[in-house]
Design a protein around this ligand. Structure first.
Ligand code: SAM
Length: 169
């Protein structure tokens, strides 16, 4: 099981990017996201997506980050541009264990670098938590996320031109 922990979410500034982080988490194979700041709007958005498109994705906002990390028995990965090389880092992770992936917004508290089992970079240039998470999950799952089944009310049938959508009752 893969869980994401989004820290430093600021409701007014980050609402769109944190929503995208949660959408990427859901679509790329994570089963749960914790967001430190309470944000019922993002919860509603994601639950509405899951209601239509299926799956068992869980979103929990307004959590106590310190408690989650203290009680965490998963392997903890922190995505940061200062971390070790993506390919090298991923090889060291025990894939049989559950995984908690931490991503930041603004400056990340220094203790997180110590709490994490692995600080992993997706290249060493600053970019985006959405891109970092997507690439990390793609590499971690070796691309298998793309075949995940969601059994939603809405199913999109891939097509070169036009739109083919199945809507189930
Ligand atoms: N200046 C911030 C810092 O010191 O951590 C970075 C802020 S960045 C906009 C937000 C988040 O995107 C980071 O906390 C990290 O999780 C992720 N991120 C950005 N660039 C990354 C990279 N090259 N590799 C891995 N994660 C990255």
């Amino acid at each position: 099981m893969i869980t994401i922990l989004r820290i430093g979410h600021r409701i007014s500034r980050d609402k769109r990017i944190t929503t995208h982080v949660a959408l990427v988490a859901r679509a790329f194979g994570a089963e749960k996201i914790y967001i430190d700041q309470k944000d019922t709007k993002i919860e509603e958005n994601l639950n509405s997506i899951s209601d239509k498109f299926g799956g068992n994705f869980q979103i929990i906002t307004g959590i106590d980050r310190k408690k989650i990390l203290k009680d965490c028995e998963d392997t903890i990965v922190h995505l940061t541009m200062y971390g070790e090389n993506l390919e090298k880092g991923i090889k060291k992770i025990d894939k049989k264990r559950n995984l908690l992936v931490i991503i930041g917004a603004e400056k990340v508290p220094p203790e997180l670098y110590q709490i994490a089992d692995f600080n992993i970079s997706v290249g060493n240039q600053p970019h985006s938590e959405v891109a970092a998470l997507a690439i990390f999950l793609d590499r971690y799952t070796k691309g298998a996320w793309i075949n995940n089944k969601y059994n939603g009310k809405i199913e999109i049938i891939p097509k070169n031109r036009g739109k083919k959508v199945i809507i189930k009752d």
